[in-house]
Design a protein around this ligand. Structure first.
Ligand SMILES: NC(=O)c1ccc[n+]([C@@H]2O[C@H](COP(=O)([O-])OP(=O)(O)OC[C@H]3O[C@@H](n4cnc5c(N)ncnc54)[C@H](O)[C@@H]3O)[C@@H](O)[C@H]2O)c1
Length: 253
């Protein structure tokens, strides 16, 4: 396929739904070959089929981002198949049930930190090793506006996303002279399965989130994808270590 990312190899974690699927589709439409790393087989296969139907090139690699061996194999499979890894979008993540910190079970805290923080760290560890070998690359991690500000009743989630920004900034500094850029996107509320689950648990969230965004609406996955593609593009060659809010003005309040 022709396009801005023709010839590029892109890896998207959590590509079986929501923001990951939307971004995988956007990269494929822009000409990239896309490896979809995802724990949920049905979702991963569906994204791969959607890209195939649109005339793009994709493969699904079943991956749990908390499993070091699986993450190492995910990068190895991508490189064995297509020769290199130019861009990685570390996006797999989970929400937590809304509750105050003192009510949050230890197991919930461990699960949120395990997937959202250790998962991103593990992915970066193996992606950076490959990018160093080949002489460059670009990484974008999915944080959240909850990584920039506190989030009531989501302390573990907010802590996990602050940590993603810490990993992003630190790696950006470490690898800046190795032709590797590392950035993050910080979405506000985006219409995905994650949002639908929150709405099902508390229908009152609907009107509240509209008011939370100065633009008066929630975001769409395509709007996050556009930011990820820009951060990954040659146009962002002097941008590294930056957590980019994609939030309809929410953090300007
Ligand atoms: N939707 C929002 O409002 C919103 C806002 C800010 C940040 N985010 C972040 O964006 C990212 C994507 O969220 P989404 O809304 O698309 O969610 P989603 O639940 O729709 O999609 C997340 C995907 O990640 C996959 N996944 C979960 N655990 C995994 C694991 N251990 N290994 C591999 N894949 C795994 C899921 O199966 C799913 O396909 C997350 O990091 C989330 O925290 C979402």
């Amino acid at each position: 396929m022709s396009g801005e990312f023709a010839g590029k190899v892109v890896l998207v974690t959590g590509g079986g739904g929501g923001i990951g699927r939307g971004t995988a589709l956007a990269f494929a439409k822009a000409g990239a070959k896309v490896a979809i790393a995802e724990i949920a087989e049905a979702g991963g296969n569906k994204t791969m089929e959607m890209i195939g139907r649109a005339g793009g090139n994709a493969m699904f690699i079943k991956t749990d981002v908390t499993d070091a061996k699986a993450v190492e194999a995910m990068v190895a499979k991508t490189v064995q198949t297509w020769g290199h890894l130019d861009i990685a979008f570390n996006n797999a993540g989970i929400e937590e049930e809304h509750m105050r910190l003192a009510d949050c079970p230890e197991s919930t805290f461990d699960r949120v930190i395990g997937i959202n923080v250790k998962g991103v760290w593990l992915c970066m560890k193996y992606e950076l090793a490959q990018m160093l070998k080949q002489g460059g690359g670009s990484i974008v991690n999915t944080a959240s506006i909850a990584g920039l500000n506190g989030a009531a009743k989501m302390a573990a989630y907010s802590a996990s996303k602050h940590a993603v920004i810490g990993l992003t900034k630190s790696a950006a500094i470490e690898y800046a002279r190795k032709n590797i850029r590392v950035n993050a996107v910080c979405p506000a509320v985006i219409r995905t399965e994650m949002y639908e689950r929150a709405l099902a648990a508390d229908p009152g969230i609907g009107p509240r989130v509209l008011n939370m965004h100065p633009v008066g609406r929630i975001g769409e996955v395509e709007e996050v994808a556009a930011a990820v593609l820009w951060l990954s593009s040659a146009g962002a060659s002097f941008v590294t270590g930056f957590p980019l809010a994609v939030d309809g003005g929410t953090t300007a309040l």
